[in-house]
Ligand binder design. Structure first.
Ligand SMILES: *[C@@H]1O[C@H](CO)[C@@H](O)[C@H](O)[C@H]1NC(C)=O
Ligand SMILES: *[C@@H]1O[C@H](CO)[C@@H](O)[C@H](O)[C@H]1NC(C)=O
Ligand SMILES: *[C@@H]1O[C@H](CO)[C@@H](O)[C@H](O)[C@H]1NC(C)=O
Ligand SMILES: *[C@@H]1O[C@H](CO)[C@@H](O)[C@H](O)[C@H]1NC(C)=O
Length: 318
C-alpha cells in the first residue's frame, strides 16, 4: 500500500562525496568542511542526533585501508573490525597537540527515528585518545594511554529495519570531563544510550568532527524519508575553491569504499531524480515506520547488553 518504494534506495544518500584531496599540507578545504555539514543535515543527523554541527576538521574513516565517503552504504562484513581514524583540521583551525579526546560510534538507526525517544546503540567508546600530530595532517588517533570503555562492535542491524546510520564522532575532552560511573572502566558491553545525554552529563567539550556510514540488513520492510541532494556549487566555500570532484554529487561517489558500498552509493545517486517525486507522499508514512525500525534496533542492543555477549561477535554474526 505504500506504492512500492524506490525511495528505499535513497535513504539519506550522501550529498556528494567529499573532495578526497586535502591541501598539500594535509588540511581540509572549506568545501570539504561545508560538504560534511551538508551531508549531516541531509541525513537528518543534524539536528536530530546532534543539535548543531560546526566541524573544525574532517574525520577520515578507513576500514582495512579503504577510506569511506560520508554516508556510504557498506556491507556489515566490511565494517566488522574497527576502522582507522585520522583527523585533518580545517586550514584555519589548530588542534591542541596535548589535548585528549573521546572517540565513539553510535547507531542513529534509520532516517526518521526520533532520537529524543529512541536510544542510540553505543558501538564504540574510547576516552582519552590523543592525536599523533606529526609535521603535517592528517593526524592519526593515538590510543596510548586511552581507556576503551566499549570495544568496537561492528554493525549488526536487524533485518528489515532500514538503513542504519553509524556516526563516528571525536569530542574534545577538557579538564571538566568526568565519565559517568557506569561508563568509566574498560569492558562495558555494547548497549544503548542517549548520546546527547552522555555528552552533556560527562561534560565533553566541542565536537571536533564526525563522519558516518550506513549498513542495511536485507530488504527493508519500512521506508524512510528521502532527502534532496544539495548542490555543492551553492555552498559558500565553493567560489573560493575549484574542486572539480565536488561539483557533481553523482559522479564523485566512486572515490572510495569497498565494492558493495560503492555500488550502493551509485544506485542511490542514480535513483534520486526518479524518486524525488514520490518522496513527499511517502515521507509521512515513512516517519512512523522508521521509528518502529529504530525501536527494533534498540531491542537488539538491549538483548546483546543483557546477555553480556561480546558485541563484536554478535555484530559479526548478524
Ligand atoms: C595549509 O595550506 C592551506 C592552503 O594552502 C593554508 O591556508 C594553511 O594556512 C596551511 N596550514 C598550515 C598549518 O600550514
Ligand atoms: C529533542 O529535544 C531537544 C531538547 O529538548 C529539542 O530541542 C528538540 O526539538 C527535540 N527534537 C524533537 C524531534 O522532538
Ligand atoms: C602517543 O601518545 C603517547 C602517550 O602520550 C606518546 O608517548 C607517544 O609519543 C604518542 N605517539 C605519537 C606517534 O604521537
Ligand atoms: C548508567 O546509569 C544511568 C543512570 O544513572 C542510566 O540512565 C544509563 O542507562 C546507564 N548506562 C549504562 C550504559 O548502563
Amino acid at each position: 500500500m505504500f506504492a512500492f518504494i524506490p525511495v528505499l534506495a535513497l535513504l539519506a544518500g550522501p550529498v556528494f562525496a567529499q573532495d578526497s584531496s586535502t591541501a598539500s599540507n594535509g588540511t581540509a578545504s572549506t568545501v570539504q568542511i561545508e560538504g560534511l555539514e551538508a551531508n549531516f543535515k541531509q541525513a537528518q543527523l543534524v539536528p536530530q542526533l546532534l543539535s548543531s554541527f560546526d566541524p573544525e576538521a574532517i574525520l577520515s574513516v578507513s576500514f582495512s585501508g579503504q577510506a569511506i565517503a560520508t554516508g556510504d552504504k557498506l556491507d556489515a562484513t566490511a565494517v566488522a573490525s574497527s576502522p582507522e581514524i585520522s583527523v585533518s583540521p580545517a586550514a584555519d583551525e589548530t588542534l591542541d597537540a596535548g589535548a585528549l579526546y573521546t572517540l565513539l560510534m553510535a547507531d542513529a538507526n534509520a532516517v526518521g527515528t526520533d532520537q529524543n525517544v529512541t536510544e542510540q546503540t553505543r558501538h564504540w567508546l574510547v576516552n582519552g585518545v590523543s592525536l599523533s600530530q606529526g609535521s603535517q595532517a592528517p593526524y592519526a588517533v593515538n590510543y596510548t594511554g586511552a581507556t576503551t570503555i566499549t570495544d568496537y562492535a561492528g554493525p549488526g542491524p536487524f533485518e528489515g529495519t532500514g538503513s542504519h546510520r553509524y556516526v563516528i564522532a571525536l569530542y574534545e575532552q577538557g579538564s571538566d570531563f568526568a565519565a559517568p560511573a557506569n561508563l568509566s572502566t574498560a569492558g562495558v558491553a555494547l548497549g544503548t544510550w542517549f548520546l546527547s545525554s552522555y555528552v552533556s552529563e560527562s561534560k565533553l567539550g566541542d565536537l571536533v568532527s564526525a563522519n558516518y556510514f550506513q549498513v542495511e540488513n536485507g530488504v527493508a520492510t519500512s521506508t524512510a524519508e528521502s532527502t534532496t541532494a544539495v548542490d555543492s556549487t551553492t555552498l559558500a566555500g565553493y567560489a573560493s575553491n575549484t574542486v572539480a570532484s565536488a561539483t557533481s554529487g553523482a559522479n564523485s561517489q566512486t572515490v572510495s569504499a569497498s565494492g558493495s558500498g560503492t555500488s550502493a552509493s551509485q544506485t542511490s545517486a542514480a535513483a534520486s531524480g526518479a524518486s524525488a517525486a514520490s518522496s513527499a507522499a511517502a515521507s509521512a508514512a515513512a516517519t512512523s515506520a522508521a521509528s518502529g525500525a529504530g525501536k527494533n534496533g534498540v531491542v537488539y542492543g538491549m538483548i546483546v547488553g543483557a546477555v553480556g555477549v561480546v558485541g563484536a561477535v554478535i555484530g559479526a554474526a548478524l
